[in-house]
Design a protein around this ligand. Structure first.
Ligand code: AMP
Length: 507
């Protein structure tokens, strides 16, 4: 089983059908297959082989798609990296994963890896420009050396993707996602969302996240449909594209739907071709669901998933059965249980942790056997999300919160510990506590309470935010900092984060 092979076997019958549209360029399924072959040649020439890790820190672009599929065709593992990651973060990912190739968008994105364990072992490729290590120059060079036809040397349970997710202990961990996980998920989504070769999906989500990569891209290629990809989300361009290109599907995070609503009245979009709007990665509020419905006549279809499991549950395709505040029913082939903290099933309707089992569940965390063991209860993966099932409605799932400390801002996950570790590195800081406060646009906003060693000038809040931005992707950095004499603690000395949250004005 190999994801690239799986896609291509299905689409050899529709070679001239547009598969991918990026900006002005359209690539048919045979164009994509040809490009993937060329890119596989290049990677093989650079020494990439089965099991190697290839890190891509790229914005949405056609090259991302070709590199990813080529990489998988060789049995290697794609490691997608957020384009907002700072050099320190990149160094950690390259070192931890032992990547052999790092593909950057531009010269200016190459981190200084001198002094790192990976130093000297990572070859860098630059997407833009004509330097000797640019993608174009390397592709040209590799074409001289003849074809290395990929032979898809993988088994179903071999790792295809290594996706780093933040962790409660601070350092992000690499979730190992197999070819079987990816194929199972794409096939299940095709069925529940009635995805066909006639669909045209507009994707404005970044492909360095599983939402853009595994749900949007893989879903579209699996169905033999067309995917239009924008480099980034621009509300006006997005709305115009839906009408002009006769899109039938759109998927986004709640923050994007919020921003679309802000410009909707002035743009009066043409939605005559649309059949479904899908939302996930963060809770969709009832208010936004209703606002979108009154503005467009469409009930957003909300689904629930995570990096480690792909999509777990989805609202039904039938519009009248879509409900706000519920993430729907388990996908075919997936089982859901709700358990107490001690791992015992709660009664239907009671709140507990959502546990998941199925062929969609990942293989474990990269080189972290203990963390992997801790995240499973027997065969069941512990999502860390809290929810309940409605027995009277075919065990429909509702999420109510999280058992782990996680902030979801604009669809991106932020673990407070990682941010606190960075704030605490500043020489003027005694200690800090990072929390998420609710925000209409982002769902949650990262903020911090900080105790200083000694009084600082009034502008110190900006200085500290800037300090964080030098070390962390900007979505993880606090938007606001309050300075306290001491952090609120309970009798056992545990920081009472709810008191800190209450102290911030709501956004
Ligand atoms: P990620 O691994 O970045 O995809 O984030 C996964 C987390 O996002 C889950 O564990 C949930 O906490 C959250 N999440 C995803 N979809 C939803 C949803 N529809 N409603 C509420 N939370 C969600």
């Amino acid at each position: 089983m190999n994801l690239t092979k799986f896609f291509f076997e299905k689409t050899t019958l529709v070679p001239d059908k547009p598969a991918l549209v990026f900006e002005e360029a359209t690539y048919t399924y045979s164009d994509v297959a040809e490009a993937v072959k060329q890119y596989a040649n290049l990677l093989a020439r650079l020494g990439v082989k089965k099991g190697d890790r290839v890190a891509l820190q790229l914005p949405n672009c056609a090259e991302f798609v070709f590199l990813h599929l080529a990489n998988l065709s060789l049995g290697a593992i794609t490691l997608p990296l957020n384009t907002g990651y700072r050099p320190e973060e990149i160094n950690y990912f390259l070192d931890d994963s032992g990547s052999s190739i790092f593909v950057a968008d531009d010269e200016k994105f190459i981190p200084d890896i001198s002094g790192q364990k990976s130093n000297g072992k990572v070859q860098t490729i630059i997407r833009k420009g004509n330097s000797a290590n640019s993608l174009q120059a390397l592709l040209k060079e590799s074409q001289k050396s003849g074809d290395t036809v990929p032979d898809y040397p993988t088994q179903a349970d071999d790792v295809a993707l290594l996706c780093y997710t933040s962790g409660t202990t601070g350092k992000p961990k690499g979730a190992m996602i197999t070819h079987r996980n990816l194929i199972t998920n794409a096939v299940a989504l095709q069925k529940v969302w009635k995805w066909t070769e006639n669909d045209i999906l507009l994707n404005v989500l970044p492909m360095f996240h599983i939402h853009g990569l595994c749900v949007a891209l893989h879903g579209a290629l699996n169905a033999g449909s067309t995917i239009i990809i924008h480099e980034k989300f621009e509300p006006k361009k997005c709305i115009e594209t839906i009408g002009k290109q006769k899109c039938t599907m759109f998927m986004a995070v709640p923050t994007i739907y919020y921003r679309l609503m802000e410009v909707w009245p002035e743009l009066n979009p043409d939605l005559s071709s649309m059949r479904v709007f899908i939302s996930g990665s963060a809770p969709l509020s009832e208010e936004l669901f209703e606002r979108f419905y009154s503005a467009t006549g469409f009930r957003i279809l909300e689904r629930y998933g995570m990096t480690e499991t792909q999509i777990i549950a989805s609202n039904p395709y039938e519009e009248e059965r879509r409900k706000s505040k519920s993430v729907g029913y388990a996908l075919p082939g997936i089982q859901i249980r709700i358990a107490s903290a001690s791992g015992v099933d709660v009664k239907p309707g009671e709140i507990g942790e959502v546990l998941v089992k199925g062929e969609n569940v990942f293989k474990g965390y990269w080189q972290m056997p203990k963390k992997t063991r801790d995240s499973f209860l027997g065969e069941w993966f512990r999502t860390g999300d809290l929810g309940y099932q409605d027995e009277k409605d075919e065990m429909r799932l509702y999420l109510v919160g999280r058992s782990k400390e996680l902030i979801i801002s604009g669809g991106y996950n932020v673990y407070p510990k990682e941010v606190e570790d960075v704030i605490n590195q500043h020489s003027a800081v005694e200690e800090s506590a990072v929390v998420g406060i609710s925000d209409r646009e982002y769902g949650e906003k990262v903020v911090a309470a900080v105790v200083l060693k000694e009084k600082q000038p009034a502008a110190f809040e900006d200085t500290l935010i800037k300090f964080c931005k030098g070390k962390l992707a900007s979505y993880k950095c606090p938007k606001k900092i309050v300075f306290l004499d001491k952090l609120p603690r309970n009798a056992l000395g545990k920081i009472q984060k709810h008191l800190i949250i209450e102290g911030f004005p709501k956004g």
